[in-house]
Design a binder for this molecule. Sequence first.
Ligand code: ZN
Length: 350
Amino acid sequence: MNREFDDLLHELKQSLKIAENDYDLNNIRSQFLGKKSRISKMMKQIGSIEPAKRPLFGKKINEIKQQIDSLIVSRADEIEQHQYEETLAKEQVDLTMPGVQPPVGSLHPLTLMRRELEDIFISLGFDVVEGYDIEDEYHNFDALNTPENHPARNEMDTFYIKASNTRPKQSNNRLLLRSQTSTMQVRTMENNQPPIKMVSIGRCYRNDKPDKSHSPFFHQMEGLTVDEGINFLDLRDILIKFARLMFGESIQWRFRPHYFPFTEPSAEFDIRCFKCYGEGCSICKQSGWIEIGGAGMVDTNVFDIVGIDSEKYTGYAFGLGIDRITMLKYRIPDIRLLFENDLRFLEQFR
Ligand SMILES: [Zn+2]
């Protein structure tokens, strides 16, 4: 009998050695302790054993059953522990490892500038108005009091859009890529009566040969204020406030008399060169000053064209070169960098 038990336990141990999971263990349990197991068969033989030996036999069977059970349980513990360690190793997280930075895009410097300008002018009480890149001759020139023979109207300077065969020829009011955001002055005054206080930022197009400071497309911001009693001092004040908010309190500035068809009197607005502080350098073309925009009092002819009472109202208008201001603010030496989409350049702006 003992021999048979020893064989049974030996066989069990061999089976447990190669068991890998609960499924294997359940099979082993049913093979060694189930209804069809050898232990069950032995139990059934108890009736054929002489009565005096039965208690001892029963006791031995129970002992061996417990031994089988405890061997299976202990192998189950081993397997569980092994699986746990495997999972730990697989899912190990080293908290001291540096994190992986997901790639994040950056804003274009012109977008940053546009947002800053809009914030500044909204804080000064201006509305922000959206304009159109494709305009017509009327809004780009005629309504801005630009004479028929003005050189800016020349096809060498302005990009006209040729009417296609399927559309009626617009002989008197050709479409063009706007050469200035001043078109939005006209459109705003056509549709609104004073008080008006608006800015409009957008892209403009002129047939300029690209170089360090010129590009066939560029960005402007148009500003317009129309109300009773507006004068040149209001214009001066607003541009100085803007320059201080953009470049700091200590910025030096100056106005120079100028001519624009749609303002009278007109001026250009300069700030001190950020590079040479007035000594003279290549950026400021040795003048010590950098022009950032033009401005003036709205010409009464423009008021008459758009239908605003020029006896009652006055106004000022200004146009700022956004690319120029962006270059000054971020110390960008070449306007072409703004349009070449070189990621090494663009990634520097956050
Ligand atoms: Zn300079």
